[in-house]
Design a protein around this ligand. Structure first.
Ligand SMILES: C[S@@+](CC[C@H](N)C(=O)[O-])C[C@H]1O[C@@H](n2cnc3c(N)ncnc32)[C@H](O)[C@@H]1O
Length: 225
């Protein structure tokens, strides 16, 4: 499958998955999410305190709630209206939270400029050939010196067992099935720290990386321009 088709199928997968998203992710209410992910939140919160944040691929708003407690404002975006509809049902600590439909590869049509960007569990879904498009789109929306924070997953131990394979551009392809019986293939890449550093070179400086084995997440932050 070509990158365009992969991107299209993944949008569709997450659109249909919206009602089950929080259950799949193991997310409960906001206090339990804050408890569960505290080591990650502590790592990045100084970067987002008081900031005007652009959140990319916000899904059903779980991280938006975390950001809203710390930021001056949050513009939370996703390509799928179905997940934003669910996000809008949640409550947020600040009333300066807004939701916008936006494709992460262009971020066209967003109002305003921002001084921080955040994306959780999104990078792993980007086909390798599309990473520069995503980083260009984000950086174009930020004032110079903004902080970009990316959080994503470390690999599970049994990837082969899960039926994964690689496509021709080296993306790991993961089969997914919804309770409805519909079957999809999504990109699920697990970059190393060195690969991440190479990707953001040219887009930012002051790159910081950390991983957390128990929470099976890596975190990356860098400053623009
Ligand atoms: C694994 S979910 C993560 C959602 C949320 N950040 C979280 O951690 O719960 C991936 C999200 O990416 C969104 N998505 C998929 N393709 C996208 C695109 N091209 N632009 C923006 N969002 C996209 C999906 O709709 C989905 O909400």
């Amino acid at each position: 499958m070509k990158a365009d088709e992969l991107v299209h199928r993944m949008n569709e997968y997450y659109s249909r998955r919206a009602p089950w998203h929080d259950t799949y992710m193991g997310y409960g209410d906001n206090p339990s999410m804050e408890d569960l992910l505290a080591p990650i939140i502590r790592w990045f919160e100084t970067y987002v305190e008081g900031a005007d944040i652009l959140e990319v691929a916000c899904g059903t708003g779980n991280w938006t709630q975390v950001l809203a407690r710390r930021a001056r404002s949050v513009t939370a975006t996703d390509v799928n209206k179905s997940v934003l509809d669910m996000a809008e049902l949640k409550s947020y600590a600040s009333n300066r939270v807004s939701f916008e439909v936006a494709d992460a590869y262009t971020l066209d049509g967003l109002p305003g400029t921002y001084n921080a960007a955040f994306a959780a569990d999104w990078w792993s879904h980007i086909p390798k050939s599309r990473i520069p498009a995503f980083l260009s789109a984000v950086c174009a929306k930020l004032v110079p010196g903004s902080r970009v924070i990316i959080v994503d997953m470390l690999p599970a131990k049994n990837l082969t067992y899960l039926g994964t394979h690689h496509d021709e551009e080296g993306n790991l392809i993961h089969p997914r099935k919804l309770p409805s019986g519909e079957e999809f293939e999504v990109v699920k890449n697990f970059p190393t720290e060195e690969e991440l550093a190479a990707c953001v070179r040219g887009f930012g400086r002051d790159v910081a990386y950390r991983s957390h084995d128990r929470l099976r997440r890596w975190m990356l932050a860098f400053s623009t321009g």
